[in-house]
Design a protein around this ligand. Structure first.
Ligand SMILES: NC(=O)c1ccc[n+]([C@@H]2O[C@H](COP(=O)([O-])OP(=O)(O)OC[C@H]3O[C@@H](n4cnc5c(N)ncnc54)[C@H](OP(=O)(O)O)[C@@H]3O)[C@@H](O)[C@H]2O)c1
Length: 215
């Protein structure tokens, strides 16, 4: 498959690219040119969130094969003071890096489907445990993570050309230093996440819109 990853420079995106690149062609849409070698082919589209059509245009310009699947690993993570105390500017910023990016990734999948060239596009979004459990210190991520599932449900209702799916990883993903692992918190390895991702995008018909991956 030719798989497009948004958030390819992030912890999950780059880890997935590393695991999937042996068997699949991986293109990472990035906002700036990576400085080091990457496990994906970077395609720089600085304004992909504001102008999703530019992704389709740029892929056409560089001449990549049709896209089969889109993975949105956009977001971020922190543990801080309470959501309300962080203030509305911080809330806006989290909306920007979370829900707004996922909205734009959906818009790219719709634009790719419209441009044609492949069967129905498979769109998989990564989400976390914070989207189902209110996470003190990462509150806005809980709010926008919960909204992320409804974003997909609405998008799925409104299209026949994209398979929208979500993978909720219900524990910290191994190797991310931002996670607080004190008290023996169990993690999920990137290999396990990559296997679940490829299972869903290979056979979307066999999966509900939202799947939870537990430890
Ligand atoms: N890390 C975990 O332990 C964990 C656990 C469960 C689920 N997840 C899920 O995995 C997904 C990715 O998490 P992660 O830990 O890999 O995050 P990350 O390392 O912080 O990476 C986030 C990526 O999102 C992109 N991004 C951030 N703000 C953006 C914006 N305003 N516009 C466009 N792109 C933006 C960044 O791209 P640039 O390089 O262009 O800035 C970066 O590549 C999230 O949905 C999260 O819920 C993560």
């Amino acid at each position: 498959m030719h798989i497009l990853i948004f958030g390819a420079s992030g912890h999950v995106g780059s880890g997935l690219a590393q695991h999937l690149s042996a068997d699949h062609r991986i293109t990472g849409i990035v906002r700036s040119q990576p400085e080091a070698k990457t496990p994906y082919t970077p395609v720089v589209v600085p304004e992909w969130v504001e102008r999703p059509q530019t992704v389709v245009d740029e892929l056409g310009r560089v001449g990549t094969p049709p896209v089969d699947a889109v993975i949105a690993a956009v977001g971020g993570w922190y543990v801080d003071i309470s959501m309300i105390a962080r203030g509305v500017d911080s809330f806006d910023a989290d909306y920007g890096s979370y829900l707004r990016g996922h909205f734009a990734a959906c818009a790219v999948s719709e634009a790719l489907a419209e441009a044609g060239g492949s069967d129905r596009i498979r769109h998989l979004t990564l989400n976390g445990v914070a989207s189902v459990e209110p996470c003190a210190g990462s509150g806005a991520i809980s709010v926008f993570g919960a909204a992320q599932e409804m974003l997909l449900r609405v998008a799925a209702e409104e299209t026949d050309s994209v398979h929208y799916r979500e993978l909720k990883v219900m524990a910290p993903i191994a190797g991310d230093d931002r996670n607080d692992l004190s008290g023996g918190v169990e993690t999920i390895g990137l290999t396990t996440v990559a296997e679940a991702v490829i299972d869903i995008v290979s056979r979307p018909e066999d999966h509900e819109l939202s799947t939870q991956l537990n430890v």
